[in-house]
Design a protein around this ligand. Sequence first.
Ligand SMILES: [Zn+2]
Ligand SMILES: [Zn+2]
Length: 99
Amino acid sequence: MAFGNDRQMYDVDLTCAQCGTHISQLPFQPSGDRPVYCSDCNRARRDRFSSNTRPPRQMFQVDLTCAECGTAITELPFQPSGDKPVYCRNCMQARRDRA
Ligand SMILES: [Zn+2]
Ligand SMILES: [Zn+2]
């Protein structure tokens, strides 16, 4: 297959709610009660969305203590490697400010 044509496209006859571009195909079945955007506007909206609101970060449940102040750490935004000291949020922030 020359193209990764694995997504089903639905033939539609709509206009983009943002720029008015005619939309003839959608990767999903339009529900009819939501505005539909062309691929350009969709991308722009997604970019704007992702820069404004950060997606919730996956947190890893851990049972560690801060290498600096000894505070108990129960969550980390990354998987601890085990061979590096781990710092609580305050100390991490302080270290970052110092750097
Ligand atoms: Zn558009
Ligand atoms: Zn600390």
